[in-house]
Design a protein around this ligand. Sequence first.
Ligand SMILES: NC(=O)c1ccc[n+]([C@@H]2O[C@H](COP(=O)([O-])OP(=O)(O)OC[C@H]3O[C@@H](n4cnc5c(N)ncnc54)[C@H](OP(=O)(O)O)[C@@H]3O)[C@@H](O)[C@H]2O)c1
Length: 292
Amino acid sequence: MLQLSPVIAGCMKWGQWGVKYSTAQYLQLIEECIAANITSFDHADIYGDYTVEEEFGNALKQKPRLRQQMQLITKCGIRRLTPNRPEHKIHSYDTSREHIILSVEKSLKNLNTDYIDLLFIHRPDPLMNPAEIAEAFSQLKNDGKVLHFGVSNFTPSQMDMMVTAFNVEYNQLEVSVLHLDPFHDGSLDKCIEHAIRPMSWGPLGSGKLYSDDGDERNIRILAVANLLAERYHAAVDQILLAFLFKHPSGIIPVIGSTKIERLKTAYASAKINIEREEWFMLWRASKGHEIP
Ligand SMILES: NC(=O)c1ccc[n+]([C@@H]2O[C@H](COP(=O)([O-])OP(=O)(O)OC[C@H]3O[C@@H](n4cnc5c(N)ncnc54)[C@H](OP(=O)(O)O)[C@@H]3O)[C@@H](O)[C@H]2O)c1
């Protein structure tokens, strides 16, 4: 079983799609995360329009020994329309054996590593063939290039289909107090049924909660989160994460913050165990009505 840190550092906004860190800043954040026991880093080939993996890899090149202290996660299967990939004529998905293997080869080179700890199929592809994906995964595993495999944004029936072909260890889903669907659309039930560990992307609502745009739902959620934050001598972010940690499926949050202080705060939330009634206060605030 893969050992990941209790919260994962999401790298999506470290580069062009966010704060545009320099190599020195990447290195600093990587080292600060590891020092704070946040050792797992979440990538995708496409982040920063195919640039973030390479920027992260350039930082690793400066201190190659850091690689042994971390787990690298990446994804494949989306072909973005961008000047960085002129061969892509349309935004599309590709889960062919050829694409998966080629994408991993590029990720290995960009990340400056010999192996990836965990590879995801980024989004369900209407044309995906589980047997073909399994073939690619098995080749990558046999070659020692990828150690573990998962899916991302897959529905319950898609999870059922994939487990017939290979060992699906994780499903990375959008789930948070602001996005409750996986709690009742069968996604988390299916994770428990198949022993698939869920990861949450957007665990803090992708920053939307803090937008201050007068959204009534945000105001309701923040009111409850603030109340609980006071009760637990915690930060609002920690209460939102404690909501996820409470679920029996063992949700691992992928934190999108680019700031070490917020990442450390997130790490410390793993020890907060809110009461059931408090969990339902957050649920009610999000839904805007009582449970049936
Ligand atoms: N599998 C998928 O399809 C998929 C999709 C999207 C994302 N992901 C992964 O999931 C990770 C996290 O996603 P996310 O970025 O949507 O997650 P998130 O952790 O919910 O949101 C992060 C955003 O919230 C802001 N934020 C956090 N705390 C804040 C606070 N107290 N006040 C104001 N702003 C605050 C952060 O800004 P600062 O940087 O300023 O802290 C950042 O912009 C990504 O990095 C990526 O690795 C996966």
